[in-house]
Design a binder for this molecule. Structure first.
Ligand code: OAD
Length: 259
């Protein structure tokens, strides 16, 4: 069912008001209004001639580790300058009001935690964490040096960002938690994701098969759109605050300025 995004269906408001278990899958679209470019958007400036899908692979790192490290340093800088937006904050409010909310994100920008969400599963890792390329071991500190990338203080091999690259597997524990949340959710939200990259793209289908109400929030249709219970076509930063306001707007403590 395609909806006018300004009108949140009453049926959805009612279901959300009584829901006890909700799962939310987010993708790059939720950070778009924070100024973080989505994955498939053209890159700008220095990086315009690179395709992210050619930089975010183990092969690219082996070929040119310095280039890949510097690309991530640039992305880190863009995210440091960004702030969570009204969509991120609305999900924090949702977590406060529903018994169990699992927030599963494909984003590596850490903006959900910066907004204040507590139960976040980062399926594709985090831009601000580093691990050893040879041994996969998380590394927090390394000796100052001119090397780019720096080297692992334990084994001397190169350090890399702790994100999932194309061709790599997701952390089994994170995927298990996400799948469990999809199976048990009464309501499952798919927000700002093109629903193209597996296994994350499977999660809404798992929820549908388990009988959940599935809601998509995205200005563009995706392969998931024909299957969902409610499709809200618009920006997450507009729709989510509106949804939260309609469901809990009369509750004390919703901060108008953040929404
Ligand atoms: P994409 O860049 O593929 O898709 C972003 C989606 O957000 C698109 O469907 C847009 O229509 C939608 N969108 C844009 N602005 C929006 C807004 N304001 N509100 C809501 N939606 C909006 O990003 P992902 O689906 O996150 O994987 O990509 C999934 C994964 O593919 C990424 O995590 C990354 C990438 O390859 C890895 O790095 C492993």
């Amino acid at each position: 069912m395609v909806m006018n995004p300004l009108l949140i269906p009453t049926d959805l408001v009612t279901r959300l008001r009584t829901a006890r278990r909700v799962a939310v899958l987010t993708g790059a679209g939720i950070s778009a209004e924070s100024g973080v470019p989505t994955f498939r958007e053209a890159q700008t400036g220095l990086w315009a001639r690179y395709n992210p899908e050619e930089l975010a692979t183990p092969e690219a790192f082996r070929r040119n580790p310095r280039l890949v490290w510097e690309w991530y340093a640039w992305r880190q800088e863009r995210v440091r300058q960004a702030e969570p937006n009204a969509g991120h904050y609305a999900l924090v409010e949702m977590e406060r009001r529903i018994a169990e909310v699992a927030l599963i994100t494909q984003n590596v920008d850490g903006l959900h935690r910066r907004a204040g969400s507590q139960q976040v599963v980062e399926l594709h890792g985090n831009l601000f964490r580093v691990k050893c390329f040879a041994e996969d071991r998380p590394v927090e500190n390394w000796p100052e040096s001119a090397n780019i990338p720096p080297r692992c203080p334990h084994c001397g091999s190169l350090l890399r960002p702790d994100v999932v690259w194309f061709g790599e597997s997701l952390a089994a524990s994170a995927l298990r938690v996400a799948e469990q949340a999809a199976v048990t959710a009464e309501i499952f939200f798919s927000i700002g994701t093109s629903a193209l990259v597996y296994p994350a793209a499977n999660l809404p289908f798992t929820a549908l098969a388990a009988g959940a109400t599935v809601v998509e929030i995205n200005p563009q249709p995706t392969p998931l759109s024909p299957q969902v219970t409610f499709s809200l076509n618009g920006p997450a930063g507009v729709i989510l605050p509106r949804l939260v306001e309609q469901v809990w707007g009369d509750a004390v403590g919703i901060s108008e300025c953040r929404l």
